[in-house]
Each structure stands twice: as structure tokens, then as C-alpha cells.
Design a protein around this ligand. Structure first.
Ligand SMILES: Nc1ncnc2c1ncn2[C@@H]1O[C@H](COP(=O)(O)OP(=O)(O)O)[C@@H](O)[C@H]1O
Ligand SMILES: [Mg+2]
Length: 309
């Protein structure tokens, strides 16, 4: 096992529908690589192909040096997979779930006791070994599921929306575990909808309609992919303001960002004044226009809209 992932032109069709459309990327040892993209983009299907659970239609890849087309069974021994839906059994106790995974992954008998203790400790479940898993809080379940996916010390782990619906503090703890694994050479491929989590990845791939529309560090995505300057506009009646600016020629792109508008313009010259006068002409009071660095969400929205055009 070399703990790397190498994917070339990977494609999956369901009937006539192409769910994953010729994607290529590579992930290095110990890297935390994120998949970011809307629902239906093809993230889960890609992960399932890499785990040897779904057969690709075309293209291929190596996971830990093993061929996903031919060595799916062997790959399963070397990877950890936390699926999007809960992978734990609600009607088993904490201890029973761990035993179940120890069995599936054929963990060595002499290591089991120590592994079990470690998982329970990390998930902060000491004293709750006999509680039914279905009665645990979501965040605790997620930690336990991660522990179970790691029970056989895999070199590569696939985490599919591991923290969906989990509170911020628990998400932070979860990411500390991933960070420590990464420092120990474990490679992670993780999907998330949370921008703060995407920021914690070494690199991310933005996925839309089965294709990778950008792949880079978050810093480089923000500086290199955005062509133009971004202004944040605080004004009355943002929805009307959005329409006005969208219909005008001044903006390359206008999006609603919380209570504000994010206005993307090609060149800087005269722009804040032009935005202000367009809005004022429609009796929309402008409180603030400020040049801002783009967030990952801005970059993502911009690239998706650019791709759709
Ligand atoms: N077994 C399947 N049969 C038919 N269509 C599928 C199947 N699995 C996934 N899809 C479709 O493929 C697309 C990508 O799905 P998925 O990989 O789950 O996306 P994501 O994880 O990014 O939300 C979706 O349109 C989904 O409906
Ligand atoms: Mg998914």
C-alpha cells in the first residue's frame, strides 16, 4: 500500500445518464482531499467506485496501488469507508457495533480489546459500551462510525459527508482526528457541504454534473480562479437590488450572500459609484459597498454559473 489515489477519466453511467463524467485526479500520501459539490454531482458514486463497490463504466484508477477494476476485494481490506448514510446498526449496542466491524475487517484477535478501548475513548463513550447505538446523539454516532471505519488501521479513508447535521464543536473534534491521521500518513478523501470544512482540506475538487470544474488548494482557488473583483453591497430591499444589478451591464455576476449582495465586476474603475447610482436610481438606499476577498462559496458559485453558461 502506498496510500495514494490515482484516477484517470473515471466514468459511471446509469443507463443513458452519466453520473460521473471522465474525472481525473490524484491524491498524495497523507493528503486531506475534499470533494465539494451540489447534491447529485456524482461524489458518492465516485467514492463507491474507488472503494470497489461500484464498477466503473470507463476509465479507471489505482487506490493504494491497487486497480479498482480488478482488485476491488483487495482494496476493501486496505481502506476505511464511512458511507453517507449511517453505517452503524441502531439496534446494536456500542460494543456490539465495534465487534461487528472488527469481524468484518478481520482485525487480529489480540488487537481487538485495545482497539475497542481506543475507539470508545475517542468517541467519549466510556461507560456507555452497552447503550443502544440508536439512542446516541448524532455527533457521538459519527465519532463511533469513524472509529469503526478505522478499526483495521487503513492507509486510505473515504468519508462521505461524515459530519452532516453535526454541531460545530463536534465537527471541530472530528476534524482534529482527521488531521492527526493525516500527520501519520493516512490519506483522506472527504465530501462535505460545509465551507469551513473545505477550508481544512489540503486541496479540494469542485464537482458539478459529474465533472471536476476546478481542483486546487483553497488559497489558489480564491486567487486564481476568480476573474474580476468582488464587492459586497449592503442595501435596502436586497431582492430588488439583486434584480437591478443583474439586469445592468455593470456586473459580471450578482449573488445573494446572506443579507448582502456579492457583485462580481470585471474591472475596478468607477465601479462602486456605478453600483451606487444604479441602486439609487431605483430608490434603493445603499448603506455600504466594500471590496472583499472572495470566500470559497463565492468561487464555487462563480465557477458553477460560469460552467452553466
Ligand atoms: N444506482 C443508481 N441508479 C441510477 N442513478 C443513480 C444511482 N446512483 C446514483 N445515481 C444518480 O447519479 C447522480 C449522482 O449521484 P451521487 O453520486 O449520489 O451524487 P452526490 O453524492 O454528489 O450527491 C444522481 O443524479 C443520482 O440520482
Ligand atoms: Mg452523496
Amino acid at each position: 500500500m502506498d496510500n495514494t489515489i490515482e484516477v484517470k477519466h473515471l466514468t459511471k453511467k446509469f443507463g443513458n445518464f452519466t453520473a460521473v463524467d471522465g474525472i481525473s485526479f490524484s491524491v498524495g500520501k497523507g493528503e486531506i482531499f475534499g470533494f465539494l459539490g451540489p447534491n447529485g454531482a456524482g461524489k458518492t458514486t465516485t467514492i463507491r467506485m474507488l472503494c470497489g463497490l461500484v464498477t466503473p463504466t470507463a476509465g479507471g484508477g489505482l487506490v493504494g496501488g491497487l486497480d479498482i477494476m480488478k482488485q476491488g476485494e483487495k482494496i476493501k481490506e486496505h481502506i476505511g469507508y464511512m458511507s453517507q448514510k449511517f453505517s452503524l446498526y441502531d439496534d446494536l449496542t456500542v460494543a456490539e457495533n465495534i465487534d461487528f466491524y472488527a469481524g468484518i475487517y478481520q482485525t487480529k484477535k489480540e488487537n481487538r480489546k485495545q482497539k475497542k478501548e481506543q475507539i470508545i475513548k475517542t468517541a467519549e463513550l466510556t461507560g456507555k459500551e452497552n447503550v443502544l447505538t440508536g439512542n446516541l446523539a448524532n455527533s457521538v454516532k459519527q465519532h463511533l462510525a469513524l472509529g469503526c471505519a478505522l478499526i483495521h488501521d487503513p492507509g486510505i479513508i473515504f468519508l462521505d459527508e461524515p459530519t452532516a447535521g453535526v454541531d460545530p464543536l463536534s465537527r471541530k473534534k472530528f476534524w482534529e482526528v482527521i488531521k492527526t491521521l493525516s500527520e501519520n500518513g493516512v490519506t483522506t478523501l472527504v465530501t462535505t457541504h460545509y465551507m469551513d470544512e473545505a477550508e481544512r482540506c489540503d486541496r479540494i475538487a469542485l464537482i458539478n454534473n459529474g465533472q471536476i470544474i476546478a481542483c486546487d488548494t483553497t488559497a489558489d482557488l480564491k486567487t486564481k480562479k476568480m476573474k474580476g473583483i468582488l464587492y459586497e453591497v449592503e442595501c435596502d430591499n436586497v431582492m430588488e437590488g439583486l434584480e437591478v444589478l443583474r439586469e445592468s451591464q455593470v456586473a459580471h455576476d450578482v449573488t445573494l450572500y446572506g443579507l448582502y449582495l456579492h457583485v462580481m465586476v470585471e474591472g475596478e474603475e468607477g465601479c462602486p459609484e456605478e453600483i451606487r447610482s444604479l441602486l439609487s436610481a431605483k430608490n434603493i438606499a445603499v448603506k455600504r459597498i466594500e471590496k472583499i476577498p472572495p470566500s470559497l462559496e463565492d468561487v464555487f458559485v462563480f465557477l458553477v454559473e460560469q460552467g452553466d453558461q
